[in-house]
Design a protein around this ligand. Sequence first.
Ligand code: DCC
Length: 179
Amino acid sequence: MTEDTPRTGTHEPGSEPCEAEDSIPTFPVVASGSADLPPHHDHCLGCGPANPHGHQLRVRRDAHGVHAHHRFDSRHVGAPTIAHGGAVATVLDDLFGFLLYTVGELAVTRHLAIDYLAPVLLDTPYTLRAHIHARDGRKLHLRATIENDHAHVVTTATALFLIVDIDHFLTTTHQPHHR
Ligand SMILES: CCCCCCCCCCCC(=O)SCCNC(=O)CCNC(=O)[C@H](O)C(C)(C)COP(=O)(O)OP(=O)(O)OC[C@H]1O[C@@H](n2cnc3c(N)ncnc32)[C@H](O)[C@@H]1OP(=O)(O)O
């Protein structure tokens, strides 16, 4: 292991966020009703507390999966007053990544699909929820919603995450797949 090699298994689940270092986390199963889940790592674009350009998403586990309360702000503007669709996708992709705390495995996004049903407004509170729809071996079929304070669903998403082992993050020689 070199100085640049990510380290693994650096935190325990519970109420405290991941410590202030970048590393590949383990994903122990965290019980429903716990405090905020640890961020994927400190500088993660979706949830890293040390990334000033990120969304700093704070996510909790619940009986169905995971949820978060979130406001997009002027950093995420697309059309005036409306969150950029890519920013919305970023947050949903990251939210899906928190479901790994419900399966206790490392996994990455293979496919992500978003339905933008209504604009996601800046500086407006939303509730984001995600759950595992089905698991088929190493394939995790995931679903998510964003709803506003009036319980109207403004965005839905589905994703396929593939469980990988730690070597996935340690190799630089990935070859693209053609389907
Ligand atoms: C530090 C933080 C760490 C923590 C990580 C968590 C952080 C979360 C952050 C947010 C999430 C991210 O940004 S993750 C980063 C973005 N994603 C990535 O970089 C992944 C890039 N892609 C890859 O590396 C690779 O494609 C993999 C590992 C995902 C999959 O490669 P593979 O293992 O060779 O698998 P592959 O053959 O492609 O597909 C496996 C099976 O899935 C099926 N399959 C493939 N696509 C589809 C599809 N659209 N719909 C249905 N099924 C599909 C195939 O038919 C096959 O079925 P069968 O024949 O087996 O039945």
